[in-house]
Design a protein around this ligand. Structure first.
Ligand SMILES: *Cc1c(COP(=O)(O)O)cnc(C)c1O
Length: 392
């Protein structure tokens, strides 16, 4: 662990002395297997034949006309499981298998990462325990059902605010106690080293494919690449391939919630400051005393008070820019894509679309605006249609 997973001044591994050697073992196995021929062959076979990679690029003719530039989607919504999370869970479950671990554990808030991990557990025949706040279990009934269908056991977390932040703490504690047999399958590019590096590694296939597909189909790189940010894994997944292309603008769309003055928002990068959360140093939402604040968003998947350290470094270096998109704008983008193109985006992804719509006027008609459509929106329909102020 030479650099301890530092991205500039961010990242690191600020955990208990008991957890440190446990994470070191995971890092060692990751470094050993990530370039191993057999590992890579098995992973790419599963991504192709189980998950459905490569996912297509779709040029949106109707919306391009309306917004004045070429709008292109990277279709992670078409991946098996309905979102980019499948890339990460298959990669890490395979790593756990190679390490000889006999149990997968994971945290979940909205339930999507829990369901994805449970799916991977079924595929690899490894038993799964999902740590989930009591409040979230109530709110996310359909994902709880999916997890049970895949055979996972759900551990209700009743400490603290009974939601994601507490589920992560509980899962880290369990992992420390069962480190010889359990593997902690972390859901995004946050948390202590080595998770930000591992998750980014398994998600960077999104950008590798998209960059290649863009050059092959359109003969040029995109002007702007847009992705939504929860912990930041789908965004890092698509950004990394374009970091060397200095002309390509990278934009991360955070959850602006009800707006800045409401006090009900997410957006760790736009509205937080550097601090410590879950073993990592990165931007996070804090009050004046440095206490972590709860995040609010219409989309449960963006409801995290922190963000991956690699994004914090990209922000400070000016290599990517970050904007906060309100619930209202994300909802409008959700309806607009559905009605105009016949594609229902996840509410999370709708934040990236809304940011793209806002920035389109800065592009020329032949410029490409590439948006990572991180997931499909069928999971959000009940929530949206039952909300009193939807404007379908
Ligand atoms: C989980 C999720 C996100 C947020 O996670 P990141 O780590 O920021 O990518 C975004 N979109 C969808 C569809 C998700 O399921």
């Amino acid at each position: 662990m030479k650099t301890m997973g530092k991205f500039g001044r961010y990242g690191g591994c600020y955990v208990s002395e008991l957890l440190m050697p446990v994470l070191r073992k995971v890092e060692k196995a990751f470094l050993e297997f990530k370039d191993d021929r057999g590992f890579k062959a098995e992973l790419s076979g599963l991504l192709k034949n189980f998950a459905g990679r490569p996912t297509p690029l779709t040029e949106l003719k109707n919306l391009s006309c309306e917004i004045g530039c070429r709008l292109v989607l990277k279709r992670e919504d078409l991946l098996h499981g309905g979102a980019h999370k499948t890339n990460n869970v298959i990669g890490q479950a395979l790593l756990a298998k190679r390490m000889g671990r006999t149990e997968l554990i994971a945290e979940t808030g909205a339930g999507q990462h829990g369901a994805a991990t449970a799916m991977a557990g079924a595929l690899f025949k490894i038993p799964v325990k999902i740590f989930m706040g009591e409040k979230d279990i109530e709110r996310q009934a359909s994902n709880v059902q999916r997890m049970k269908l895949f055979g996972a056991e759900i551990i209700a977390v009743s400490s603290g605010s009974k939601s994601l932040k507490d589920a992560i703490n509980e899962a880290l504690r369990y992992f420390t106690a069962r480190s010889a047999t359990a593997y902690y399958l972390f859901g995004t590019v946050a948390g202590p080293h080595p998770f930000p590096s591992i998750v980014a590694h398994f998600q960077q296939i999104i950008g590798e494919e998209a960059r290649y597909q863009c050059l092959e189909r359109f003969g040029k790189l995109p002007h702007t690449v847009c992705a939504c940010i929860g912990g930041g894994s789908n965004a890092i997944g698509i950004f990394r391939a374009f970091l060397k292309d200095k002309k390509v603008r990278l934009v991360g769309a955070e959850a602006g919630g009800l707006g800045l003055r409401s006090g009900k928002h997410g957006a760790a990068l736009c509205r937080g400051r550097p601090g410590s959360l879950h073993g990592s140093f990165s931007y996070c939402l804090q009050d004046f005393d440095g206490q972590i604040q709860e995040a609010h968003s219409i989309s449960a998947g963006l409801d995290y008070p922190g963000v991956g350290p690699e994004h914090s470094a990209l922000k400070d270096a000016g290599s990517a820019q970050y904007v906060a998109v309100t619930d209202r704008k994300a909802l409008a983008a959700f309806f607009r894509l559905s009605k105009t193109e016949g594609i229902i985006p996840a509410l999370e992804s709708a934040h990236a679309l809304a940011a793209a719509f806002d920035m389109a006027k800065e592009l020329k008609s032949d410029d490409i605006m590439l948006v990572n459509l991180s997931g499909r929106g069928d999971k959000d329909l009940d929530h949206i249609m039952s909300s009193p102020n939807h404007h379908a």
